[in-house]
Write a new protein. Structure first.
Length: 514
């Protein structure tokens, strides 16, 4: 074998390919660095200021079909390109100057109205005692063995029937608090009320002239609330919210203020306030009695799609098409937690009845479970094969099913509790030994709030999940290609889904008589 020398080397031109690869890698790395620095740029969120900044740098203030969020993204891209062309030093100067301008202009406090101040005081007075009772009851509930809970919550729902609900897709379905009426909101602009489980129509509520995105019941509707008073709220693509009674097909009042389509709506547990999420990148809080807008809350960089109140009444959560969720303290107006982890838009959000866990459903086909105590995501459920459109925790009827107490003759009213976790100051025995209102504790536990949750997906399925280990309990196929919404009745006997093909389905546990 001859010794290898430089004379044996042949120039085959591969060094040109290596140089080309280095150049391509450099371009990729430069682009990644530009994007990294672009994320740190301080850019205004107000659309008018975004347009003014674009005009300053010689860019068109708007493009055909461009929305406010897209315009802000374009401004970030153009500024990052300009700064990259100037070099790292210029980038640093630009960032510092931008930060300074943000501190001077962007960080500010908006003066609130006296009505908002009074509302926040009432919300604090309402939520603190409820939180105290919830915590005490949770200490008592923790005494039941986990194995018993797993056995109790097993659900075997079966399809009870399907009904054509409207002329266009059913955007949302919601059971009334007494579980006897189902409200459906449709892209036709109609809200319809149905008797369940017979699925016979009661009334069609006409008032919107664009697709209805959300419907929500007053907490005391069909119970203590008068049928002539406000029992229902709906939001639609006509930018309006309507308040409805149960005796009229026309709205009692119209709430106006949003600049873009209204998506989901929610009633506060007091019944005195309504929240609405909109494509104008805000969610708003309204006073039901005065129909006045109390709060316009920004904070999302893109459209806000979902909104939901905590059961205590202290917090509200919003989810946006920016893939970010936020939890807000209604008593102070501050952000309590940022739900940052999804890679696609958040279409559904819901508080667990335990008060500290939140479920979010996203376009990335997953459900994430967040814990406010640790300020992070606890679990990611690979829930559906396509968009998760709705998530709903089971909430029991507080009137029919009462918390455990030391007396077998307890009344439906919630008993007095203290912070020690005992009721009436006495040691509480194991729940499995008690009888409440003539029902065994095991029977009552079938209807405990928060035992499980339901999810709807664009894969045509509704799924039930356990609410502690987040395992799949049941998969329910529907007759629609996309399930737009789902809901669980408060008596634990029915599950409803609304689909893109204009139908809604009713499911019931198989052990119940048809």
């Amino acid at each position: 074998m001859s010794e290898l020398t430089f004379d044996n080397l042949i120039d085959d031109g591969n060094y040109l390919g290596s140089e080309r690869a280095r150049q391509e890698n450099k371009v990729i790395l430069d682009e990644l660095e530009r994007k990294k620095k672009a994320r740190s740029l301080a850019v205004p969120t107000d659309d008018n200021r975004v347009k003014a900044r674009l005009r300053e740098i010689g860019e068109p203030i708007t493009l055909f079909g461009e929305r406010a969020a897209d315009r802000r993204d374009r401004l970030i891209y153009v500024l990052s390109q300009i700064n990259a062309a100037r070099g790292d030093d210029a980038m640093q100067v630009e960032e510092e100057s931008s930060d300074e301008s943000e501190e001077e202009v962007e960080e500010f406090y908006s003066p609130g109205s006296l009505e908002l101040l009074e509302a926040r005081r009432k919300l604090a007075e309402y939520s603190l005692p409820r939180a105290q009772k919830r915590l005490a009851q949770q200490r008592i509930d923790s005494k039941i063995p986990l194995g018993r809970v797993i056995d109790i919550r097993k659900k075997n729902f079966a399809n009870l029937g399907s009904q054509i609900g409207d002329e266009r897709p059913i955007a949302q379905v919601r059971f009334s608090p007494n579980s006897q009426i189902l409200a459906t909101g449709s892209w036709s602009g109609n809200v319809k009320l149905w008797n369940v489980p017979s699925c016979t129509p009661i009334r069609t509520l006409r008032g919107h002239n664009d697709r209805v995105g959300g419907v929500a019941w007053h907490p005391q509707a069909t119970r203590t609330q008068s049928e002539d008073a406000v029992n229902l709220v709906s939001g639609a693509g006509d930018l309006n919210l309507h308040l409805w009674s149960l005796n009229s097909e026309t709205p009692l009042a119209t709430l106006k203020g949003h600049q873009e389509r209204v998506c989901r709506v929610a009633f506060h547990p007091t019944g005195n306030y309504v929240a609405s999420a909109s494509f104008d990148t805000t969610w708003r809080l309204w006073d039901v009695e005065t129909t006045q807008e109390l709060l316009l809350q920004e904070g999302h960089s893109k459209e806000v799609y979902s909104v939901e109140f905590q059961d205590d009444g202290a917090l509200v959560a919003s989810g946006g098409l920016d893939a970010i969720g936020r939890v807000w303290d209604l008593r102070t107006g501050r952000t309590a937690m940022v739900l940052d982890g999804h890679v696609q838009a958040i279409y559904a959000i819901g508080f667990s009845p335990n008060g500290y866990q939140i479920a979010t459903g996203s376009g990335d086909d997953t459900i994430r479970i967040w814990d406010m105590r640790s300020l992070k995501a606890l679990y990611t459920i690979p829930a559906h094969l396509s968009n998760v459109s709705d998530v709903r925790f089971f909430r029991a009827d507080d009137i029919s099913f009462t918390p455990f107490s030391n007396s077998s003759t307890s009344t439906p009213d919630t008993p007095d509790v203290d912070m020690s976790g005992d009721i009436d100051g006495k040691e509480t025995p194991a729940p499995e030994t008690k009888i409440v209102n003539g029902i065994t504790t095991e029977e009552e536990w079938k209807y405990r709030s928060g035992l499980y949750l339901a999810s709807a997906g664009y894969d045509g399925l509704v799924k039930l999940w356990s609410a502690d280990d987040w395992q799949l309990l049941r998969t329910l196929p529907t007759d629609g290609g996309k399930v737009m919404s789902c809901d669980l009745s408060s008596d634990g006997k029915l599950l409803a889904s609304g689909t893109y093909n204009r139908n809604f389905q009713i499911f019931a546990p198989e052990e119940l008589p048809a």
